[in-house]
Every structure is written in C-alpha cells, then in structure tokens.
Design a protein around this ligand. Structure first.
Ligand SMILES: [Ca+2]
Ligand SMILES: [Ca+2]
Length: 333
C-alpha cells in the first residue's frame, strides 16, 4: 500500500467520496457554479509550513510528489529529477508566488501553505523561476532543460522540446507539467475570494488570475486584499493541453486528505474548462478592460445536471482553426 493511500486512510473525512463532496454544486449558471464551487472548497484546514510535531507541508508534498517507481524518492516539478527524500535536496515552490498577495509564513496565512499550488522543485530552477508569471516563451528565452526520469523528459536545444523556458518577464513550464501548474493556480483564483475563513474568521485575500501584466505586482507586509497572477488565457490553455492524469489525481487526493478540500480542476475537467472560460474569463474582462481571451475563443456554456453529479457541457469554439460552430460534449471524469 503506497504512502498516499495510507495518508488518505489516516485522514479520510471530506475526501472519501467526491460525489458527496460536490453534491452542493449549483450549475444553473457559470456565475452560480463559481460561487458554489468556492463555497465547497473554502474553509480548509491549514497545515504548518514546517513542523517537527505536526503533519506539515514537507511531509505531504513528499507523498503527493513521490516518484511512482520508488517511494524513497520524489520527482521535482521543473527539472524532472528523481531525488532521494532522505537528502531533501529540493525546495517548496509556490506556483502562485507568495510575493503576489501572501508573503509571510504566519499561522493565519492560508494560501501560503495551501498544498494545491505547492510543488517540490530543484533549488536552482526554483530560483530561476522566481516570481515570474507563466506564459509562452517562444523567442529570446533561456532554456531550462529537464532530465529523463521514468521515460519522460530530457533533450535540449530546440524549442519547445521537453524544456522549461525563461525570459525576464515569463516562465514557460515544460509540457508534462504545465497543466499541473495551471490547475493549481486556477484553484487559487476560486478558493480565495476575499472575505474571511468560515471557521477561523481569518481575513483572506482575493486572488485573481489576469492577462493584464501591470496588475501583477508584489505585495509587501501582510496579506494583500487583492492580488493578481497570470497569464489567465495561457493557464487555461495549458490546463487543456495537459489534462489531469494519475499524478494530478494523486496530488488532489493527497492534498484533500491532508487539508480537507479538493481542487475541482483535477476532478471535474469538463465543468472547470467551460466554467473558467465563461466565469473567470468574463470576470477578469470586467476588471481589466484590455484583457482578451486567447485566440478569439468565446465560450457559450450550457451546464445541466444529469443523474448524480454527471454534468453536460457544451461550448462553441470560434477559433479560426476549428469548424464553427463546433459543439463538444463532455461528461464528468
Ligand atoms: Ca501533466
Ligand atoms: Ca479570487
């Protein structure tokens, strides 16, 4: 029995049954879907970032990011190395940089230790990424190659290959992990909507994904009321190009077992994609008038509840590369 299952069995609770977890979802409109999703995923239990006596972020990440072929090792997110846990020669990467909205490791800071957006990362790559927004990096970029681990990664010299790419204003995640990163940030946008934690009453920031670079600024001192990260259109694209797989599911289950809430983007792919395009994108457009969605795409979403939690989603692409109108139907994974 692997470490993740042991952790889930030990902690159980809200994570035992996804259908029950999402039973309160109201999909009557994209807006109510967003609001009800937020209600379902807010109020999680905060783990300490580092603790000698309690379950902490280190322990859970070393389970969720475990090398599936060797339980004594982890695989780091950007360099794709398999590294021994006992050496702990890696760092904890805030994919939503803590400097954008929640800078300090204090006991009242929920996003700082939120497992859904934390990954284990090679220290030099973590430093190179810094707090750069995520974006495509097709020209004038430096390569940060991956290593071959379990048959994926490796190779250098040609864009995009299997490499991460960096410029002074952007970081492009390599192809196997770009969806993983995107889903963490998409979760953060919906999880943190301002207001206060429903159990502890602690004030929380409103974290918002945007395409407007001028909004993405560091926040000193304590948590910001509102903070931005991007690029929204790219992250939605990455989520769809690199959909959830067994690693994402393991991460979701492990994080939920530990802190008590799920990342819907790893569970309800179809709803999440359509919902983001319609609700997150639309809201972001209202807040930043110069923001545009990627590639002329416009979502028209129809969500309906079939028996149980099965969801039907249709949307019409207006991208020039696709027939129009095109209807795609998805069911819940
Ligand atoms: Ca992936
Ligand atoms: Ca938000």
């Amino acid at each position: 029995m692997n470490s993740l299952i042991l952790l889930a069995l030990a902690l159980g609770g809200a994570c035992a049954d996804p259908d029950s977890y999402y039973a309160g979802l109201n999909v009557s409109s994209p807006e109510t879907a967003r609001t009800s999703l937020h209600s379902l995923i807010e109020g999680h239990t905060r783990l300490p970032y580092t603790s000698a006596t309690q379950l902490d972020v280190w322990t859970v990440l070393e389970i969720t990011d475990e090398d599936p072929t060797d339980a004594t090792r982890i695989i780091d997110v950007y360099r794709n190395q398999s590294l021994l846990k006992i050496d702990r020669d890696y760092q904890r990467e805030h994919s939503w940089p803590a400097s954008y909205g929640f800078p300090n490791d204090v006991s009242t800071n929920y996003p700082y230790t939120d497992l859904h957006h934390l990954h284990l990362a090679d220290g030099s790559y973590n430093a190179s990424r810094g707090n750069l927004p995520f974006d495509w990096c097709a020209s004038v970029c430096d390569e940060r190659p991956t290593e071959v681990t379990n048959g994926i990664g490796g190779g250098t010299g040609a864009y995009p290959g299997n490499s991460n790419w960096r410029a002074s204003d952007r970081w492009e995640v390599w192809k196997e992990r770009r969806g993983d990163i995107a889903r963490g940030l998409l979760y953060m946008d919906v999880r943190y909507e301002g207001g206060s934690h429903p159990v502890t009453g602690v004030a929380e920031p409103d974290l918002i994904l945007t395409n407007e670079r001028s909004l993405i600024v560091t926040s000193g001192g304590s948590n910001a009321a509102v903070a931005y990260m991007g690029m929204l259109s790219v992250l939605i694209e990455w989520h769809e190009l690199d959909p959830p797989d067994l690693r994402d599911q393991a991460r979701n289950e492990g994080a939920c077992a530990a802190q008590g809430n799920r990342n819907p983007s790893s569970t309800i792919l179809s709803l999440w994609s359509a919902f983001l395009r319609a609700a997150v994108g639309r809201r972001s457009l209202r807040q930043a008038s110069s923001t545009t969605l990627a590639k002329n795409e416009r979502a028209v979403v129809s969500l309906s509840r079939r028996p149980q939690l099965a969801l039907k989603v249709e949307w019409f692409h207006t991208a020039s590369s696709m027939p129009r109108p095109t209807t795609q139907r998805y069911s819940r994974l």
